[in-house]
Design a protein around this ligand. Structure first.
Ligand code: SAM
Ligand code: SF4
Length: 330
């Protein structure tokens, strides 16, 4: 079975935010004071698994666990273990994770044992003071230790870096050199207007177009045919042994090839990161509905997957989505 939306895009990738909580407060992601949800409002492990099962039956081949910080959810390894088992019994091919890396040292071994072979680690700077500043209180050494541990365990890492105006624009080459020395691919991402933070988005957003053009003068990039099915455009260079990706949702629309949908930790199915519409599965999961009913609801939701996201730049950069990034994760 396949999930095809109204624009004939095949959707085979599900992202699941397993918690809205996090051990950091990145300034472009959250407000300093966040109100997190009570546990009863968050999908249980069994509810997440059942939703995943239905998506897998409908053709989902890849599941990414995200958050909030997925590794702060206490039963996360149990979930990963259950999903890993499905790789041998269903069409599910990959389970992966987006993490801030602070708890990776503790979890790398268990992740690898349970079939997680690739993860994305978010890191916006390699400068300890700046890291502490952008995460509001984080300790970068935990992330470095976590990355090293994951590499030792044989997990392939990609670093995701959000490029933030007047913060890390001047560190881009350092980040490239650092990831190149560790043989880790690196992707740069534009800030997206996901709800309000304590700083207006126009003070955070910077376009990747100019950054790409400047880097291109140094690295003479060639387009890589590497394709994760995602929004990143990857480049290689004779001067580098890694790929450099660019995700530019605001300056370069990639919606025509979108292959994913997202479930929030509260069971809302978002068909697009850059739209406010969702279909709520919480009630459906907690009442006595059949798997067939769940599948029909998923198919109906796919019919309203929008053609494009609604992110805007310029004076409209402050038109926010009505949720923070930790609701659906990245
Ligand atoms: N806590 C995990 C982490 O940081 O990797 C997973 C969840 S986090 C919300 C997922 C990704 O979204 C991270 O790479 C983060 O940098 C990115 N992100 C958060 N807020 C964003 C925003 N407003 N615009 C662009 N990316 C954002
Ligand atoms: Fe937490 Fe990830 Fe958001 Fe940073 S980006 S506050 S690590 S959820």
């Amino acid at each position: 079975m396949e999930l095809i939306d109204q624009y004939l895009r095949k959707v085979n990738y599900l992202r699941v935010s397993v918690t809205d909580r996090c051990d950091l407060r990145c300034v472009y992601c959250m407000k300093e004071k966040m109100q997190f949800l009570p546990r009863k409002d968050i999908l249980t492990l069994e509810e997440i698994e059942r939703l995943c099962d239905n998506f897998i039956d409908l053709g989902v081949e890849k599941i990414r666990l995200t958050g909030g910080e997925p590794l702060v959810r206490s039963d996360i390894i149990k979930l990963i273990k259950k999903l890993n088992y499905k790789k041998s019994t269903t069409k599910l091919k990959e389970i992966t994770l987006t993490t801030n890396g602070t708890l990776l040292k503790k979890f790398a071994k268990e992740l690898k044992i349970n079939g997680v072979n690739r993860i994305n680690v978010s890191l916006d700077t390699i400068n300890p003071e700046k890291y502490n500043q952008i995460t509001r209180f984080g300790n970068i050494n935990k992330v470095f230790d976590g990355i090293n541990e994951a590499i030792n365990e044989g997990i392939k890492i990609k670093i995701n870096t959000v490029v933030i105006k007047n913060f890390n624009e001047n560190e881009i080459e350092d980040l490239i050199n650092w990831t190149n020395s560790k043989k880790i691919d690196l992707t740069f991402i534009e800030v997206m207007p996901m709800d309000e933070t304590d700083v207006s988005r126009e003070y955070q957003f910077t376009s990747l177009t100019e950054i790409f053009n400047n880097l291109n003068k140094i690295y003479n990039f060639k387009k890589s045919n590497h394709n994760t099915g995602g929004p990143a455009r990857f480049y290689i260079s004779d001067n580098l042994s890694v790929k450099i990706g660019f995700i530019s949702p605001l300056t370069n629309n990639f919606c025509a090839s979108c292959n994913r949908v997202r479930i929030s930790s509260t069971g809302k199915l978002f068909m697009c990161l850059g739209q406010n519409d969702y279909v709520d599965f919480m009630d459906i999961m907690r009442k006595d509905y059949s798997d067939n009913y769940i599948k029909e609801k998923i198919k109906l939701a796919l019919n309203i997957k929008p053609k494009n996201h609604d992110f805007m730049i310029g004076s409209k950069i402050n038109q926010y989505m009505k949720r923070h990034m930790n609701v659906t994760g990245g």
